[in-house]
Design a protein around this ligand. Sequence first.
Ligand code: SF4
Length: 145
Amino acid sequence: MVRYLNYNTVLKSEFSERVQKISINAGFTCPNRDGSKGTGGCTYCNNQTFSPDYCKPAKSVSQQLEEGIAFFNHKYEAQKYLAYFQSYTNTYDKLENLTQIYEEALNNPKVVGIVIGTRPDCVSDELLDYFAELNKRYYVMIEFT
Ligand code: SF4
C-alpha cells in the first residue's frame, strides 16, 4: 500500500482517461543562468539528462508536442496530454510572450492542460491571475523548485 499521494493518483482523480505529460523546451533561460542573479545554473540543472530527443527549442512548441504525442500514441491508444514546460524557468518572460507560448500548446486538441516548472521569484501577480482564469477551462499545475 502506498502511504503517500503520488502524481499518478492525482491525475486519475482529475481525468477519466489516461493522461501523459509531454516535455517542452520553449527556449527559456533562468536568473541563475543569464547573469541577473548568477551564471552557470544550479549544479543539478542538466536538462540534457531528462529531455527527450524531440524536445529542442529550435522546434516550435506545436512541433515538439506533435512529435511527443506521436511517440506516446504508439504505446497507448486513447489518452490526452499535458504540455509540460519543463526546461529552466518557464515563466521568465513578458506576460504577452508567455501567454502566446502556453496557448500555442493548448491549441492542440489533444492537450487538456499545462504543467509549468518555474521558481517563485519569477511569477507575477498578473501571471497568477492569468493562470486562475486559464484554470477555469484547462488543467493547470505549477511546479515550484
Ligand atoms: S532552472 Fe532552476 S534548477 Fe536550473 S539553474 Fe535555474 S533555478 Fe537552477
